[in-house]
Design a protein around this ligand. Structure first.
Ligand code: GDP
Length: 467
């Protein structure tokens, strides 16, 4: 395999930059461009040398660096590797990279270091996938679940299930060799037990995906309401209170962006209409239409009403629209309420709710003032009652966060179902053997055995350069 090289630190200026190289010619190339202060020539793994990167042709010192050595097979890729720690300037890193290439290294593709770790057998595919997901993790819990995956938790469980399923093949062979009625009955019973047990384990993994999805994608939330009810004010309060690190994505509908924030440990993906720019007189109309679109795509709707006024036709329209959706109804502007009097808006909402038209979804009613920051805690409480992320345990548990794994687990379950059904219907054993093979195939794909090169390439293409 070629010797590959890449800048591993993120593009831009930083205190330190790392250029990583892996492959047979790694140390040979290094020798041509690096002059260590300590001239001792033997190379030991897990050591660091201090010296200069030199362009010998131009007789020029490129930078003063530290080089870490990793000797095969004890490295990230299992090949000879080094990491050049240079000053973190773009020019410096580019020059060092070019020097490596000039001396025989090839520019690495995205994810190629991790791909080599996989192809060389140091980690399996689900562990390699954990690497990229860890880099992209947005919550601490998601990251913890992924560290488990990187440590091989998921692979181990899948391998246990595979072993069980494989043991069925023995029973099947017995049935083929000794097709007497009693033997078949005993072994069939045994086969069904094993299948059922594996199915239970796979179902548990499958169910963990719901939690995994929340940890990974956040709860897709739309803040909707008529213009001027206080949508932006509320969002701003939340963002400030939580000192949220806001990550913006382009939304799925036109004119929206999505902001990823964590409110009290619960990850949210808030669909924001900040992008909408329309003429004054159009605002009203578009506000409602947009609300409808947003509510449709959201997992959670926070519907805001002006609690100091009576609800009007548009408010009712919104109330009806969210019927059956998991939602929090916010009555904003309680500061404008005159003392003690029950608000008209609240009464109206309870009337609609009380008629039982909207009881399918889970919903909460919260009164607050975005302006005066009253009742914000209650909003958080309501959110926590709907989504208790604290309950999602990542300690010693497998949480499936990866869609590819989820699909393969489902495939395996489908084949188990078919196998159980056919055994019960006394279908010939060779058909069952096909299902068993399919189950094993699906499970093996999770850890990356018998998987096509296209899929492998696709998975690693999503990695960053230098990883
Ligand atoms: P949006 O159009 O729904 O995003 O509404 P804004 O957040 O822009 O708020 C519209 C107006 O209502 C602004 O003048 C806010 O200052 C005001 N407002 C928002 N929340 C409150 C509140 O809780 N109490 C009072 N009195 N005014 C509020």
């Amino acid at each position: 395999m070629d010797t590959i090289v890449a800048i591993s630190t993120s593009p831009g200026i930083g205190g330190i930059g790392i250029i990583r190289m892996s492959g047979e010619k790694c140390f040979e190339i290094l020798k041509k461009i690096f002059e260590p202060k300590n001239k001792e020539s033997n190379i030991k793994g897990y050591t660091i040398k201090y010296g200069n990167i030199i362009d010998k042709e131009k007789k020029e010192i490129i930078d003063e660096v530290l080089v870490s050595y990793f000797k095969a097979p004890k490295s990230y890729t299992t090949e000879d590797m080094c990491e050049i720690n240079s000053h973190g300037g773009t020019i410096i890193m580019k020059q060092i990279l070019e020097l490596c290439v000039k001396n025989g290294a090839k520019m690495a593709e995205a994810g190629e270091f991790t791909k080599r770790a996989f192809l060389n057998g140091r980690i399996d595919l689900s562990q390699a996938e954990a690497v990229i997901d860890i880099i992209n993790a947005k919550t601490e819990k998601e990251k913890r679940a992924l560290i488990n995956q990187l440590e091989g938790f998921l692979s181990r469980e899948i391998n246990v299930i595979k072993k069980e399923i494989l043991s069925i093949m023995v029973d099947i062979e017995v049935n083929i060799d000794y097709p007497e009625y009693e033997t078949v009955e005993v072994t069939n019973k045994n086969i069904i037990n094993i299948l059922q047990d594996s199915k239970n384990k796979l179902n548990k993994l499958k169910e963990s995906f719901d939690d995994g999805k929340i940890l990974r994608d956040g709860i897709k939330t739309a803040i909707i309401g008529k213009p001027n009810v206080g949508k932006s004010s509320l969002l701003n309060v939340i963002l400030k209170e939580e000192r949220a690190i806001v990550t913006e994505f382009e939304g799925t509908t036109r004119d929206t962006i999505e902001e990823y924030i964590t409110i009290q440990g619960v990850p949210f993906r808030i669909i924001d209409t900040a992008g909408i720019r329309v003429a004054e007189n159009e605002v009203e109309k578009i506000g409602i239409k947009k609300s409808m679109e947003l509510a449709k795509e959201a997992d959670l709707v926070i519907a805001i009403f002006d609690g100091s006024k009576k609800l009007d036709e548009q408010d009712y329209e919104i109330l009806n629209m969210i019927s059956g959706k998991t939602s929090i109804i916010v009555l904003n502007k309680v500061d404008l309420q005159d003392g003690g009097q029950e608000q008209e808006a609240r009464k109206q909402i309870l009337e609609v709710e009380g008629r039982g038209e909207n009881i399918e979804g889970q919903r909460k009613i919260v009164e607050l003032s975005a302006l005066k920051k009253i009742g914000i805690e209650e909003l958080y409480e309501a959110i926590k009652e709907l989504y208790d992320v604290d309950k999602i345990s990542v300690e010693g548990e497998n949480i499936v966060t990866n869609v590819r794994h989820q699909g393969l687990i489902q495939e395996a379950i489908n084949n188990i179902n078919k196998a159980i059904e056919d055994i019960k219907n006394n279908i010939t054993i060779d058909i069952i053997a096909i299902y068993i093979k399919n189950i094993l195939d699906s499970l093996s794909k999770i850890t990356g055995e018998n998987i096509s090169e296209d899929i492998i390439n696709e998975i690693f293409s999503k990695f960053c350069l230098g990883k």
